[in-house]
Design a protein around this ligand. Sequence first.
Ligand code: ZN
Ligand code: ZN
Length: 340
Amino acid sequence: MKVAVVTAPEAVELREEPSPKVAPDEVFVEVGACGLCTMERRLFTGEKRFYPVAPGHEVAGRVAEVGSAVADLPGSPRVGDTVTVDLLTRCGTCSACRRGRSALCKRPQGGALSDGTVSFGAGLSEGVVVKATQAYPTGTAPIEHAAMGEPVACVAHSLRLGGLRAGDRVAVIGAGYMGRLHLALARHAGAASVGLIDVSADRLAEARGAGAAWTAVPDEALALGGKQDLVFVTAGAPGALETAVSLCDDGGTVVLYGAFPKELSVGVSPDAIHHHELSIVGAYSHEPEDWRTAAALIASGALAADLDALVTARFGLAEVAEALKLASTTPVYRVLVGGR
Ligand SMILES: [Zn+2]
Ligand SMILES: [Zn+2]
C-alpha cells in the first residue's frame, strides 16, 4: 500500500507500507480522495518543519473490510459504502472527552507508520484503518464531497457552538474555503442573510455568486451589512476580532474559528460585553455529533452546488507533489488527492 511522506520542504515521496490489520472494531477504507488543508501546505512549504511525516486528514473512500465485532450492526459502515473519515484520537477517558468535548481530547494526536514515521492522518495514501465509529457513510454523494467531511464537520461545530438559529443575521470574516463553507451551512440552516468580508475583490465576487447577501472589505462591513446576530471569524488576521465585535448587535455572538497569530493580544471592553450581552466563543475542530451532521448534509445533496464550487482540482496519488505545489503556491479552495 502506498503512502505519501513529506521528507523535507518541497520533498514528498511515496513509500510502500504493509496493508494494516483490521481489529474487530475497525474498518479498512480505500482512500478515494484526500483534501489538502493548511497543515499539509505548511509542511510542504517548510513553514512548519516536522519531517519525515505522513499528512492527510481530510479523507473519504470506500469501505473494503469490516472488523468482526462491527460487521452487520445496523447503522455501522458496510463493505462497499462510501464513508467520510474522522481521524482524530478521541480517548474517551480524559477530562475533555468525559464532558463530551472530544474536539479537545488531551491524548496526543497522530500515529506512526510501520517504520516509525509520524502520521498526521496518512490520508495521502491508498488506504486507512479507522474505528468503525469514526467512519460515516455519505450515501451516493460524489467522493469529492465526501472528502469535505472533516472541514464541513468543523463548520457544523462552529455553527453549533455559535448557537446559529434560523432567522439570524450572519457575517463571515474571510471568504476562503472555510468562509465559503460557513456561508453554505449558515444559508442551509436558515440564516436571514449571510454577508462575507474579505480583502480580496475576486473572493468577494465569488462569494456573491455563491449566495452571499452582501460582501465588503473590513472597513466598509458595518456600513454595507449593518449589525449582525452572529459573526464568524474564519481568517484570524490582526483587527478581525475588533471588526467582529463592532458588527455585533445586542445579544450577538462572535465565533473565533480561524487560528490567530499566537502572540497577538487585543483589548475588548468588558463593559460593552456586559451591557450588550455579547458572547465571544472559540471553535476548534469537531465532535462526533458534528460528523453526523456533516455526513448527513453531504449525503442529502443539499450542499452539492456549494461543494462542487469549492473543488479547485483533483490529482492522482502519483501526482501528490504537483497537488501540494498547486495548493501552496496559488489561492485555492480545495485540492484533492487520490483515487486515480
Ligand atoms: Zn482540515
Ligand atoms: Zn480524550
